[in-house]
Design a protein around this ligand. Structure first.
Ligand code: UDP
Length: 453
């Protein structure tokens, strides 16, 4: 390998995308590459160095002025981001070439498949990075190919879909947009389009690891040049081989770290239910009320992340009445929390990062999926990896307080909980092995490095 070879890494501007791609940069830097991480935001700024100068971070414009609300219209947002990147990225590549630091490859978020042509037009290899697992991408691929019929309604179907190497899936195990396509046509288009040019991609990276999706591995590898490089958690939570800058990481939110950890320190081992729905999910007021009541009735301690925009949905006096039993914060240091010995289970929306984090840290899970790929991830958590349970929702998707109490009891105390804890421990070891020296993901990263140098 030529020391200091340069690659550009470009995540989609969302927390669940920036986190895995920026962690991947660290792994690349540890192998001697010099990544430039391009962050798309409404606050462009000059580049700066991080991780002992091994990574250059370059914030560029998302096409919005400060103060404009980018989330008003998804199509407009995607268009402006695309226009802005297509203008700025070629200029940056040109500058890099002129300064004697030409990039060899563009690692781009698979939700922006048009970046493959930008890479090729400038003589770079194009590496699509999928932040969702194969179990979801495979479904989108079948939809893209037209080999899967998308049902028009979500409910009323029993066993509905059978994909190669999958358990049978019911309608409510599928990524939500497939069934609700009429409500979210633009999101359906974005997720399915990720697979639109995969046959031309030079390298396909995925934040998963071989053993986790073993049954799909043969199929995806026979189709595309796939390298599974996950889980992309910081090394300090897995193989502990990298000396990391603790501050590195790009969070769009500010975590209440000390408050969470001090509170957890005061609790018994495995006594706390950690509750988080990630950065995007919005529960309606009735569901928040029901969840709040269910958590209280479970009798367990709970640490609940309620983002600032959601706090008005927490019942009045709830925090006072709950007292020492519960702590509500607007954002947590999730990895530190999941790694804490007081946490006994993770009630999660099953976003892929959260699912991988729970799995890699050996924390039993309660899946309460909301939309996108979350139902499919939750299905695998319960039925394939057997590291948790999934709440049973009513026909309209509502989850009753009794169901929350039942699931917490089952995972924290029940016989099934013991089995789940055993499996969670097993997956924790396998995740660590994957990124440790000579593990499957470690070798894949080496292979990526030799392919682009
Ligand atoms: N996260 C966090 N603190 C919180 C809630 C979430 O650090 O209080 C992080 C979490 O560790 C994960 C990411 O935010 O890395 C959420 O990504 P995920 O794919 O789980 O869900 P999304 O936000 O994309 O729905």
């Amino acid at each position: 390998m030529r020391e200091g070879s340069h690659v550009i890494v470009l995540p989609f501007p969302g927390q669940g995308h920036i986190t895995p791609l920026s962690q991947f940069c660290k792994r690349l830097a540890s192998k001697g590459l010099k990544p430039t991480l391009i962050l798309v935001s409404d606050k462009p700024s000059p580049p700066y160095k991080t991780e002992k100068d091994s990574i250059t971070v370059f914030p560029i414009s998302n096409g919005f002025q400060e103060g404009e609300d980018p989330l008003q219209d998804l199509d407009d947002y995607m268009d402006r981001v695309e226009t802005s990147i297509k203008k700025r990225l070629p200029e940056l590549i040109q500058d890099m070439k002129l300064s004697g630091n030409p990039p060899k490859a563009l690692v781009y978020d698979s939700t922006m498949p048009w970046l493959l042509d930008v890479a090729h037009a400038h003589g770079l290899s194009g590496a699509a990075f999928f932040t969702q697992p194969w179990l979801v991408s495979a479904i989108y691929y079948h939809v893209f190919k037209g080999s899967f019929f998308v049902p028009s309604t979500k409910y009323g179907h029993s066993t509905l879909a059978s994909f190669p190497s999958f358990p049978m899936l019911n309608a409510n195990d599928l990524p939500s947009f497939l069934c609700e396509s009429s409500s979210y046509p633009n999101i359906l288009r974005i997720v399915v389009d990720q697979l639109s040019n995969i046959d031309r991609v030079d390298i396909v990276l995925c934040n998963t690891f071989d053993k986790l999706e073993e049954k799909l591995l043969k199929w995806v590898k026979s189709m595309w040049p796939v390298l599974n490089i996950g889980p992309t958690l910081p090394s300090m939570y897995l193989d502990k081989r990298l000396s990391e800058d603790k501050k590195y990481g790009f969070s769009l939110f500010t975590a209440k770290s000390t408050e969470c950890i001090e509170w957890l320190n005061s609790k018994q081992p495995s006594s706390v239910v950690y509750v988080s729905f990630g950065s995007l999910v919005i529960l309606n007021e009735d569901q928040m009320m029901e969840l709040a009541t269910g958590l209280k009735q479970s009798g367990c301690f709970f640490l609940w992340v309620v983002r600032e925009t959601e706090t008005n949905k927490i019942p009045k006096n709830y925090v006072d009445e709950t007292g020492e039993k519960g702590l509500i914060v607007s954002w947590s240091p999730q990895l530190e929390v999941l790694a804490h010995k007081s946490v006994g289970c993770f009630l999660t929306h099953c976003g892929w990062n959260s699912t991988l984090e729970g799995l890699s840290l050996g924390v039993p899970m309660i899946g309460m999926p909301h939309w996108t790929d979350q139902p499919t991830n939750a299905k695998f958590v319960e039925d394939v990896w057997k590291v948790g349970v999934r709440v049973k929702a009513e026909a309209d998707g509502f989850v009753r307080r009794e169901e929350i109490v039942r699931c917490v009891g089952e995972v924290m105390e029940g016989e099934k909980g013991k089995e789940i804890r055993k499996n969670a421990e097993k997956w924790k070891v396998l995740a660590r092995e994957a990124v440790s020296e000579g593990g499957s993901s470690d070798k894949s990263i080496d292979e990526f490095v030799s392919m682009v140098c």
